[in-house]
Structures are given as structure tokens and as C-alpha cells.
Write a protein that binds this ligand. Structure first.
Ligand code: GDP
Ligand code: IMO
Ligand code: MG
Length: 511
């Protein structure tokens, strides 16, 4: 029996477990009774837990709307733009893994937002934001991001509509010092791998742990001892002092205490109430720790299977899972890339220059190459996309011909899958099919085309024939329905499948 603190008068002091409803889920029944957001954030964790406990579970045979947006390549596919486009229809946007290695860009008119940890749904004021259980979070970077948002809009969302999971791990300066020793992977140097390593070793500090750690000087001393020993092993000459760690943790508590919540409960409760949740992926499928080009990968599971887990809800909630792919490929950092082109000349240079291919987080030049269907199918195998968003098709304008990698040759043998060993992938020679190119257009002309496609309801038919052919071919080769085509960085520069999930009308260019 659980003791109920919020409903004593109506349900008695003790509540039997489990509290499941036998009745089918009816949104209309539940909404007026349990629609606590955004006021829930002002409740304490106990009353939130009680409210969650008393809200009937949705029957598992009935799907409820959690939509996942994932990178289907090596990152930087345009996830931020897709989330920004979907957010007006959503009450929650949740980051579920990674940290500030991510850089998600949103362009609305003259304003460009680069977000590293704040979910890209921030642009819709009615969208609650969660930095979820599966994340590693740099509080100082979050502080900077929030200041930039406040400067731009005057809003302070933390504790009001932006919440940090109690279960998320803290990235400390130590993790960055340690990450700076990486010479192999070409990490972003943001401390992501070391923070996840601490979590796996079960010595990391989660946001929920901060208070406890601060109250016990022996934990602080042991932690600092361990950190300093590890820094020595990588030749880092700085020593961390216990007082330094204490004051850093105290600052985090002072700055973010009101925003640290049991966010899994909040998101689950929202779904029970018929609200809609966007799960925002970071990195891309080929950077996945288990399924990517190991060891040239990031430190978390980036696919659909971790989207709900890292948000603290169950996988049955997912209704849609969108894979985002560029019409070509890019990769930042080291590791194999079979369809890679030269950055010094030809189409690879064109992609880099026209597509402004520089890392959003580190500013490093991104490596470029033709679209790789084998890699895309690998991503689809892992995450099962219900729809594909093809971005940056505009960037290919002006090339004489456009190639798509449809297979590899490995040591003289044709193969049509992604080898497991990075050294094998490195030796793969891409096999291409070639399509006629199409003329370059100015950004404004692409936006006009996209606006026309919405206004006239023509969708993909608004595209010139040779542009549409590329989209049709990507759909046919990948076997994934294309739901939206990106033709520029701006929010409006997308041509959506008529009646599809991205067929949305924006009233004005605003946050
Ligand atoms: P994310 O990490 O997946 O969110 O992607 P990034 O923001 O790191 O990188 C994508 C870059 O491409 C950003 O600069 C976007 O503004 C830009 N972008 C997104 N979609 C399009 C598109 O359809 N066309 C063009 N030209 N740029 C795009
Ligand atoms: P978004 O979310 C592109 C790459 C790094 C490096 C490898 C490991 O913007 O798509 P890490 O710092 O994670 O340990 O680095 O992964 N990488 C990304 N590349 N976009 C990202 O995020 C990335 N996050 C990590 O360049 O090769
Ligand atoms: Mg990015």
C-alpha cells in the first residue's frame, strides 16, 4: 500500500498498487480532470508523484503520441529545424541523450539560434522542455544558453517550462579536462565520454545527488582524489581542490535547484493526459555507441530504442519516428566515411561552401560526401523510421550531376551492408548511381517555392522535375517515405508531403 498525500479526502489514506484502469483510454474524460501543466512545475515532487499515481495508465494497445526525431547519418542533419517545425503542435520537447556535444540550429527570418542542450521546442512558448534522464549536462553551458535566450526573448524558462531530470548526470570541468586528452576519436572535447564513463562506473554525480554529496565532505574528498589520479594518467598537470568541487556543486544547486525534477513522471503524466511529446535526438545513427562506426562514435545510444528510455517513459508511446538525412553526407571528427569527397575541389568543396559545413559546436570544417544509402539503411534497421526528412537539397543546386552511393566494394567483393569493423568500412569503395543536376536558386526563391507548395496545396509537385526525381529516388532506394524536403535553413524553407506530419502552416516568423 502507498500512502496518498494529495487525495486523502476522496480516496482514503492508503492506495492499493497497481492502479491500472480497466476502461479504454478516453482523452476527453481525462483532460479536464488532469491537465496540470504548466502549473505542475510549481508543485513539489511528492504531489507530482501522487498526481501521476492517480492518473490512469493508457492501455498499451492504444498508441498515444510521442514523436521521435533522430539523426540518420553522422549528426548535423537538421534535427533542430525539424523539432522547431513540429513544436507548435506539441506540449513537450525532450532531449533524451547526449549533452552539449550537440549543436542544433534554428533559423527564423534574420535570427539564428544555436542550441546545445536546451530542446529545440523552446521556440514555441507553449512547449514544455525537458533535459532528460539519459543526458549528461554541462550546467555552465546551460546557463550561457539560457542567458542568450533571455537576451533574445526576455523569457526565463528554467523552473517554469524547462526542467532538468534528477537522473541526468552533471558534466564537471574535470570531464572536459579529461576529454581534452583525446587523440583518436576527434571528440567535441565537451567532456561527454568521461561523464558517461563515470555514470557507467557508478561514480558520477547526478543532479539528484548534489545535495547529498555537498553534505558529506568525505564524498567530495574521495571524488577529487579519483579525479586527480585520472588526470595524472593523461598528463594533465592541474589539480582539482575539494573546495573547488564543493563551490561548483553549490552553484549548480543555487542556479538550477527549482528546475531539477522527476521529469520521467512529468512526461508520463503528460502522455496520460493526452498531451503530445517530441523526443529530440542528438548526434546521428552512425555515431551510436553500439551500432555506429566504433570506436569513432559518441558515448550514448542515439536511436529510437533509447528515446523513450532516456526520457523515462516506455517505448509503447511512440507513434512516429522521423529520420533526418541530408541529401548528401557530412561527418565531423575522425572515422570511416565511404562516400567522402575532397574538400579542396569539385562537389565536396561545393557542398562545404554552399552548405556552410562547419560544426555548430566546435566550428570545425565538416567532411563532405555523397548520400550513402547503405549507411541510411543501417540507420533505418536500428530505428525503423516511419518517415524521412531530406534536408539541404537546395545545396546540391548548381552541380552538373548528383551521385547516390548504392553499394560498396570491399576487397574486390560487392557488398550491400555496413561492415562492423571500422577498418573494414575504411576500405569500402563506394559504388554510385548518377543523376542529372539542377540549377542553383537563391535562398528566397527556394522559400517562395516552399510557400507556394503550402499555399497551393501542391506539396512535392512545387519542385522542378529534376529536383523531385532525386527525392523520389531517395525514397525508393531507402524504402522510407519522405515526409519533408528541406530547401534552405529557414523554418519556412521546407516542402512537406501534402497531409503529412510536416504539412504545417506558420502564421509569422516569430518565437
Ligand atoms: P542538427 O545538429 O541535426 O540540428 O543540425 P545542425 O544545426 O548542426 O546543422 C544543420 C545545418 O544545416 C544548420 O546550419 C541548419 O541551419 C542548416 N539547414 C537545415 N536544413 C537545411 C536545408 O534544408 N537547407 C540548407 N541550406 N540548410 C539547412
Ligand atoms: P548533433 O546533435 C556531429 C562527433 C564528434 C566526434 C564523435 C565523438 O549536432 O548532430 P563526443 O564529443 O560526442 O564524444 O565526440 O562524435 N559528434 C557529433 N558530430 N554532430 C553532433 O551532434 C555530434 N556530437 C558528437 O565530432 O567525432
Ligand atoms: Mg549539429
Amino acid at each position: 500500500m502507498w500512502h496518498c498525500t494529495s487525495c486523502k479526502s476522496t480516496c482514503g489514506a492508503d492506495v492499493p498498487l497497481p492502479l491500472e484502469t480497466a476502461e479504454p483510454y478516453k482523452r476527453a474524460d481525462l483532460t479536464p480532470l488532469h491537465n496540470p501543466f504548466p502549473t505542475t512545475n510549481r508543485l513539489n515532487s511528492q504531489s507530482l508523484a501522487d498526481q501521476w499515481f492517480h492518473t490512469p495508465s493508457v492501455k498499451h494497445t492504444i498508441t498515444v503520441p510521442a514523436t521521435v526525431v533522430l539523426g540518420a547519418q553522422w549528426g548535423d542533419e537538421g534535427k533542430g529545424k525539424a523539432i522547431d517545425q513540429l513544436a507548435p503542435q506539441s506540449t513537450w520537447a525532450v532531449r533524451f541523450q547526449g549533452g552539449n556535444n550537440a549543436g542544433h540550429t534554428i533559423v527564423v527570418g534574420d535570427t539564428t539560434l544555436k542550441l546545445h542542450q536546451i530542446p529545440s521546442g523552446v521556440t514555441s512558448r507553449n512547449c514544455n522542455l525537458v533535459l532528460g534522464d539519459g543526458m549528461v549536462i554541462d550546467p555552465w553551458v546551460l546557463d550561457e544558453e539560457l542567458s542568450r535566450w533571455e537576451d533574445l526573448t526576455g523569457e526565463k524558462p528554467e523552473g517554469e517550462r524547462l526542467f532538468i531530470s534528477e537522473r541526468a548526470s552533471v558534466i564537471l570541468p574535470f570531464h572536459k579536462y579529461y576529454d581534452s586528452a583525446d587523440k583518436v576519436v576527434g571528440t567535441t572535447g565537451r567532456g561527454i565520454g568521461p561523464a558517461y564513463r563515470d555514470r557507467i562506473e557508478r561514480v558520477g554525480i547526478r543532479f539528484t545527488d548534489i545535495e547529498e554529496v555537498l553534505s558529506d565532505s568525505s564524498i567530495i574528498e574521495d571524488t577529487v582524489l579519483r579525479m586527480n589520479k585520472q588526470l595524472q594518467t593523461v598528463g594533465y598537470d592541474k589539480e582539482i581542490q575539494p573546495s573547488e568541487l564543493s563551490s561548483q556543486l553549490q552553484w549548480i544547486l543555487d542556479r538550477f535547484g527549482s528546475a531539477i525534477k522527476p521529469t520521467g513522471l512529468m512526461v508520463d503524466l503528460a502522455l496520460r493526459n493526452g498531451e503530445t511529446v517530441l523526443l529530440e535526438g542528438a548526434q546521428g545513427a552512425l555515431l551510436d555507441i553500439d551500432q555506429g562506426t566504433y570506436p569513432f562514435v559518441t558515448s550514448s545510444v542515439v536511436g529510437r530504442a533509447n528515446a523513450t528510455h532516456g526520457a523515462g517513459i516506455h517505448p509503447g508511446h511512440i507513434t512516429e519516428c522521423f529520420g533526418i538525412t541530408k541529401a548528401y553526407c557530412t561527418r565531423v571528427g575522425n572515422g570511416p566515411f565511404p562516400s567522402e569527397l575532397s574538400l579542396e575541389e569539385g562537389p565536396g568543396q561545393h557542398m562545404a561552401q554552399v552548405g556552410h559545413e562547419f560544426g555548430t559546436t566546435t566550428g570545425r570544417p565538416r567532411r563532405t560526401g555523397w548520400l550513402d544509402i547503405i549507411a541510411l539503411k543501417e540507420a533505418h534497421r536500428i530505428s525503423g523510421y516511419s518517415g524521412l526528412v531530406v534536408t539541404k537539397l537546395d545545396v546540391l543546386g548548381g552541380l552538373d550531376e548528383i551521385k547516390i552511393c548504392i553499394g560498396y566494394e570491399l576487397d574486390g567483393n560487392p557488398i550491400s551492408h555496413f561492415p562492423t569493423r571500422a577498418s573494414d568500412v575504411e576500405r569500402c569503395i563506394a559504388v554510385y548511381e548518377t543523376h542529372p543536376g539542377f540549377p542553383a536558386l537563391a535562398d528566397e526563391d527556394w522559400i517562395d517555392m516552399a510557400e507556394r507548395s503550402r499555399k497551393d496545396g501542391t506539396g512535392y509537385d512545387a519542385m522542378p522535375g529534376e529536383v523531385k526525381n532525386i527525392v523520389d529516388r531517395i525514397e525508393a532506394l531507402s524504402g522510407i517515405p519522405v515526409v519533408s524536403v528541406g530547401v534552405g535553413p529557414d523554418r519556412r524553407a521546407s516542402i512537406a508531403k501534402v497531409g503529412g506530419p510536416f504539412d504545417i502552416v506558420w502564421d509569422e516568423a516569430t518565437f
